[in-house]
Write a protein that binds this ligand. Sequence first.
Ligand code: SF4
Ligand code: SF4
Length: 219
Amino acid sequence: MKNPKLTAWIRPVGALAFVILLAFGWRYPYLAYCMFLNVVVGLYGAIRHGGRHGCGNFCPRGSFYSFLPDTGRKLPAGLLARRMSIVVMIVLLAGLVFWLRPNSIRSWGMVFYIMIVVTTVVGLVGWLVFNRYFWCSVCPMGKIYKVIRPGRSGIRVADSCVKCGLCAKACPFGFFPPGKARDGVFRDPDCMLCRRCAERCPKKALSVERATPPAGTKS
Ligand code: SF4
Ligand code: SF4
């Protein structure tokens, strides 16, 4: 995402779109097919910028959770590394297909809608027990994106940093970029390049380090 102002309106619009999907998807299951558009955007972000860029900049579900009140609790250690959610998602999909026996575009839409509802409920429970970014830490798609060109982009830490730690408090996963930067750049496969750390920094010490575009392409 080149323009932070764009991120500022994409998040509320994405969150609103997600609420509309939840509210009307049972009546219009075709809406659930939007999830594939989200996957395409996520893959584009991963290929172009690296890893979870799409999670931090475009994901409507992530945007929805980001507007929930902060519980102030930490996510369990090691959650980001676990990939069990991919298996759980496949089992859920298989179970719904077995149960509903979809045979039309509409009934397949209902399968996807129920998946979205169930996973949203899981994310809401995770919010109440831990914090609002629980789902972002277990999302199976995020775990797939993170292995695609991880670390292609990162967070540059300027010398103006005073190690106040506010960036770590703003980060969904508690990352502290100044503490793990190499050659002045923090790179982590789970960093969503969401810029929340940069937005919180009082010294404007953080910025997204752009990926170098492949030869022959425009940046
Ligand atoms: S918020 Fe800014 S100044 Fe404070 S530790 Fe993070 S990067 Fe450094
Ligand atoms: S380090 Fe910054 S850009 Fe990366 S996930 Fe945390 S807040 Fe977002």
